[in-house]
Design a protein around this ligand. Structure first.
Ligand code: NAD
Length: 468
């Protein structure tokens, strides 16, 4: 099928590349001329596993980039809207980018005067956006009956976006008209029939992947709510385990053991029960606020969400207090920070708790030397020149008073502890992601502070005099 994707960010670009991968002809549109030039020149603007391979394979063949919404509409049977829906000052989703695209789509449809097309919301939007898009498009000249609007929320996670797209837990297609639903089914057919996954050149299947993929067809409103409710539930799991971690700290229990015990219950599961410094990223914080705002607008005060947000904000403050409690005063301390991205596997620093913590540390007079495998360029844009960037974890740790782990990159959980200890001025690790076992860290000679577990001091046999 011929598909247009408007917006070539984390979601649009991955979706466009994956649609090409499963056999569709795709035009991906963006209004950022610099991004477009980079994409056309062969660059890969985001760090995402398997994306370079897909772009290399399909660019200029089944996947083309354009600055023109009209081109995409003219050529396509289905046009996906994947532009940003950031948080407005009042907490609601700012839908101005979606509205602007809807107007352009209407003008293009008015000109196209040909077949029926579907417009698909891929961006995360509040309930009733579908109806608004429809209304705005008709007001702007899209001929009645020439289009329908479907909702197809995206559940990919940055860091595993390509495999999440190609091996999804489920595909949700919200469509109020059968012919619109039929097109949605046809688009995803290579995944729902299992045909793609059988291909010899398919992107490797993750261990736990469901094959073939399941498609859940719902009303447009239900699909919109599914996305907001899913993100709110996942954020609630994170805040829940963080609240439990705080109780563990008060009573001297170990949250990792508690998590094992809770998560072994198949009704609960272990995923998203990872205590730490709280959730961040471009989705959870804004989507929770948007969901809360939309619930309020329709007469429901969803106060549970207030508490989820409050616990999350408090979690960062608690971590700062831990740093102070371990190092006493912060002014003049040199701290090695491992991780700037909001989570491992991505270069995205939007709403990253790591960035927020670094900003607080700088305000308190620390000097910060940071290392992140992928997010240093993006963090340079938000942190200006206020921190020093290192080439590796060990270079960041050199002569530091302590090392902080702020992002759950796999490589931070597999450090050469002896080498790290030698680099540090004092063998102190404050781990916001619980990547190590306290016992192991004590044996390796570290003072180790983590989340929801008792702090440990270096095992006597591993103690050596601190360097001057
Ligand atoms: P992004 O900011 O990375 O990308 C948005 C892109 O849209 C940008 O490249 C921008 O230049 C482009 N754009 C804006 N207005 C345009 C216009 N009028 N015409 C053409 N292009 C335009 O955003 P993202 O992270 O990809 O998120 C997009 C949507 O998907 C959001 O609603 C988000 O909540 C949702 N979502 C994101 C994720 C994620 O992990 N990032 C996951 C699921 C859903």
């Amino acid at each position: 099928m011929k598909i247009g994707v408007i917006g070539s960010g984390y979601v649009g670009l991955v979706a466009a590349a994956c649609f090409a991968e499963i056999g569709h002809d795709v035009i991906c549109v963006d209004n950022d001329a610099e991004k477009l030039a980079a994409l056309n020149a062969g660059a890969v603007p985001i760090h995402e596993k398997f994306l370079p391979e897909l772009l290399q394979k399909h660019r200029g063949k089944r996947l083309n980039f354009s600055g023109s919404v009209h081109d995409a509409v003219r050529a396509s049977a289905a046009i996906f809207i994947a532009v940003g829906t950031p948080q407005s000052e009042t907490g609601e989703a700012d839908l101005s980018y979606v509205e602007a695209v809807s107007r352009e789509l209407a003008h293009a449809l008015a000109e196209a005067k040909d077949d029926y097309k579907i417009i698909v919301e891929k961006s995360t939007v509040p309930v009733y956006t579908n109806a608004w898009i429809h209304r705005v498009m008709e007001q702007n000249g899209a001929p009645q009956g020439s289009f329908d609007v479907a909702s197809n929320p995206e559940f990919l996670r940055e860091g595993s976006a390509v495999t999440d797209f190609l091996y999804p837990d489920r595909i949700v297609a919200g469509a109020d008209q059968e012919r619109c639903a039929a097109i949605m089914r046809a688009i995803y057919e290579p995944l729902t029939s299992g045909e793609y996954q059988k291909r010899a050149d398919a992107i490797p299947r993750p261990d736990a992947a469901r094959v073939p993929a399941e498609i859940i067809v719902t009303s447009a409103k239900s699909a919109e709510l599914i996305k907001h409710a899913s993100n709110a539930f996942l954020a609630m799991k994170i805040s829940f385990i963080n609240a439990v971690a705080n109780i563990c700290e008060s009573v001297g229990a170990d949250v990792q053991q508690v998590r094992e015990g809770i998560g072994a219950d198949s009704r609960i599961g272990k995923r998203f029960l990872n205590p730490g410094i709280g959730y961040g990223g471009s989705c959870f914080p804004k989507d929770l606020k948007a969901f809360h705002a939309v619930a309020r607008e329709f007469g429901s005060d969803f106060r549970l969400l207030d508490e989820v947000i409050r616990i999350n904000e408090e979690q960062r403050q608690r971590f700062l207090r831990k740093i102070r409690a371990t190092l006493w005063t912060l002014k003049g301390k040199r701290l090695a920070v491992l991780g700037l991205a909001f989570k491992g596997g991505t270069d995205d620093v939007r709403e990253s708790p790591a960035i927020a913590l670094v900003e607080c540390l700088i305000k308190e007079g620390c000097s910060v030397v940071a290392y992140d495998p992928a997010a240093m360029d993006k963090s340079r844009e938000v942190l200006n020149s206020s921190i020093i960037y290192a080439e590796s974890s060990y270079a960041a740790a050199k002569d530091a008073d302590a090392v902080l782990i702020l992002t759950d990159w796999e490589e931070f959980g597999a450090l050469d502890l002896e080498r790290l200890k030698t680099a540090l001025k004092f063998p102190i690790m404050i781990d916001g992601r619980n990547l190590y076992s306290p016992k192991r860290m004590a044996e390796a000679g570290f003072t180790y502070v983590s989340v929801g577990r008792p702090d440990v001091a270096p095992h006597k046999s591993a103690v050596k005099a601190p360097r001057a």
